[in-house]
Design a protein around this ligand. Structure first.
Ligand SMILES: Cc1ncc(COP(=O)(O)OP(=O)(O)O)c(N)n1
Ligand SMILES: Cc1nc(C(=O)O)sc1CCOP(=O)(O)O
Ligand SMILES: [Mg+2]
Length: 203
C-alpha cells in the first residue's frame, strides 16, 4: 500500500472511470470511490468497473463507507469514519486480507480506537473544505503532526490539500496526502496528479 497520493473521487462525478485513470496516469497511488448519495445498487457496477480498469496499474480501489459495495466488487479495501460502522465490525465483515482505513480527527480517537486492526488512518481535515460539508474542525499542520506522532499505523493527511502542501504534509510525518478537488476539479486531472506526485517525491 502506497499512500503518497491518494485520490478520493468527487461525489457524483461524471466520466468517473476516465477521471480515475487520468489520476493514476498522473501518479495517484491509491483510489477511493466516495459517493455520499448513490445507492449501493448504483455503486456496485461502478466499483466493479473501476476494479477492472485499475487492475493493469496495480493501484488498489478502496470503497468509502459501504461494506456491501466493497465486497460485491471485490475491491481491495474499505474506508470508514467515526460516524460509520465500528471499525471492529468493518474488519470482521471485510476479513483479514482487505485494506481497512479509518478517519481520525482528534487525539482521543487515536488513543482510544483499536488501530492495530487498520492498515492506515486518514487524518483531517487539515483545512476546511467544501468537499465534505460535515467535516470536523480543521486541525492544521500542527494538529496533523500531533495525530501522526500518536498513530501506530501509517497516516494520510486530508482536507483542503493541494499544490504546495506536500512538503508540510511530509514534515508532519504523514505517508501521503489524500485529495478530492485538487485532482477531481482540476482542468487537467492527469497534469494535476503528476504535479502533486512530483512535489511529494521532491519534498
Ligand atoms: C483517506 C480518507 N480520510 C478520511 C476520510 C473521511 O471519512 P469519513 O469521516 O467517514 O467521512 P466521509 O468521507 O464518509 O464523508 C476519507 N473518506 N478518506
Ligand atoms: C473526504 C474527506 N474527509 C475529510 C476529513 O477530514 O476526514 S476532508 C475530505 C474531503 C477532502 O476534499 P478536498 O481534497 O477537496 O479538500
Ligand atoms: Mg465515512
Amino acid at each position: 500500500m502506497n499512500l503518497s497520493l491518494y485520490f478520493v473521487t468527487p461525489d457524483g462525478a461524471a466520466g468517473l472511470e476516465a477521471l480515475v485513470l487520468a489520476a493514476v496516469r498522473g501518479g495517484a497511488t491509491l483510489v477511493q470511490l466516495r459517493d455520499k448519495h448513490a445507492t449501493d445498487a448504483d455503486l456496485i457496477p461502478v466499483a466493479r468497473r473501476l476494479v477492472a480498469a485499475l487492475a493493469p496499474s496495480g493501484v488498489p480501489l478502496i470503497v468509502n463507507d459501504r461494506v456491501t459495495v466493497a465486497l460485491a466488487s471485490d475491491a481491495a479495501g474499505l474506508h470508514v469514519g467515526q460516524g460509520d460502522l465500528a471499525v471492529t465490525e468493518a474488519r470482521r465483515l471485510i476479513g483479514p486480507d482487505r485494506l481497512l482505513g479509518l478517519s481520525v480527527e482528534a487525539l482521543d480517537q487515536v488513543e482510544r480506537l483499536p488501530l492495530g486492526i487498520v492498515d492506515y488512518v486518514g487524518i483531517g481535515p487539515v483545512r476546511a473544505t467544501a468537499s465534505k460539508p460535515d467535516h470536523a474542525p480543521p486541525i492544521g499542520f500542527d494538529g496533523l503532526a500531533r495525530l501522526v506522532a500518536a498513530s501506530p499505523v501509517p497516516a494520510v493527511a486530508i482536507g483542503g490539500l493541494g499544490a504546495g502542501d506536500a512538503a508540510a504534509v511530509k514534515r508532519a510525518g504523514a505517508s501521503g496526502l489524500a485529495v478530492v478537488s485538487a485532482i477531481g476539479a482540476a482542468p487537467d486531472p492527469e497534469a494535476a496528479a503528476q504535479a502533486l506526485a512530483a512535489e511529494w517525491g521532491a519534498a
